[in-house]
Design a protein around this ligand. Sequence first.
Ligand SMILES: [Fe+2]
Length: 179
Amino acid sequence: MVDCGADLVVGQHSHCVGCEEHYKEGVIVYGQGNFIFDLWGNEFWKTGIVVKANFGEKMEIEYIPICRENKGSGLGDKDIIDGFMKRSEQIKQPGFINAEYEKYALSMIDEYLAMLSSNDGSEFSDARNAERAKTENLRANYHPTVLAALENLFRCEAHNELIQAALHSITQSGQHHEG
Ligand SMILES: [Fe+2]
């Protein structure tokens, strides 16, 4: 988008405050975090930044930290912006993003395995899955060849589409197990 003339590109949905990159004449913001979100006990989910941009002769950007509070969102600590700027420097190191992404993915996989192996009929619970991820050695339940097959299921578009279509059909028809 910057290549096509955009001065500012603001990416969303990670729920976490990201960083910025100065690319050619533009600025790219990788994630503003949450302005207000009810899962606010989680440190990563309760902070955000407001991006204030002045499009004058030269674009000027100001980042305003915000933090979830009891009844809404208020001005957050300067730390939020310090972290944002620190990451903006770190992403310049070759290999940094891939290494951090792999670390984060490995910290999440046991929760995903907990989701995939919740078969006692109880309803979905993030908290229970997080607890199982911490207390059970879920990876040990899978033969390496099964993990390789799972990798293929998630990587392959054809399998993805089939699984989505079937799950959609089951959840929409109400034929799923009610526990
Ligand atoms: Fe989301």
